[in-house]
Design a protein. Structure first.
Length: 160
């Protein structure tokens, strides 16, 4: 009986912790997203769509990226460019620019990066629509807005 009670208490603890963690996430309407966050999203897509080469995209993208995407020297991380950035750069042509937002999930007090590249603030995970006639689901682009300073695109690029 004690073993069952202990298992039940552990299960209740896990469920309570899990519910508290996910309760922080909130679905936002498009008009509830701060304009500076939308501006960074559009700037990211503009840089990708106007870059003639992947190298050009890699140079320009650091203006709007932070966290693990940018190394401590302030350039795009070497493991990001040939994979995640390349995927977004090649596939941005399938998405509407400027962005048409289909969904946004807000998470307060999030972060990305480590030590010199640590970037903290409120996270807006924004899904953007594809061009008309293009098959596939909207793609998520996460943006963190710090308490002070300009919002930045962070983590999980390569979803386009």
């Amino acid at each position: 009986m004690k073993k069952k009670l202990a298992c039940f208490l552990v299960a209740m603890f896990v469920v309570t912790i899990n519910n508290n963690l996910f309760a922080q996430n909130k679905e936002l309407k498009v008009n509830e997203i701060p304009q500076d966050v939308k501006d960074v999203l559009d700037e990211y897509l503009k840089i990708l769509s106007e870059a003639k080469t992947l190298d050009e995209a890699g140079l320009n993208i650091v203006k709007v990226c932070a966290g693990h995407l940018v190394n401590s020297s302030g350039v795009i991380s070497s493991d990001i460019k040939p994979y995640s950035l390349k995927k977004d750069w090649e596939n941005v042509k399938f998405y509407k620019v400027p962005a048409v937002i289909t969904r946004c999930v807000y998470s307060p007090n999030d972060y990305d990066g480590f030590q010199e590249t640590l970037f903290e603030g409120d996270k807006y995970k924004i899904w953007i629509a594809k061009k008309d006639g293009t098959a596939g689901m909207p793609a998520p682009i996460p943006i963190i807005k710090p308490k002070t300073g300009k919002p930045k695109v962070i983590s999980n690029i390569g979803s386009l």
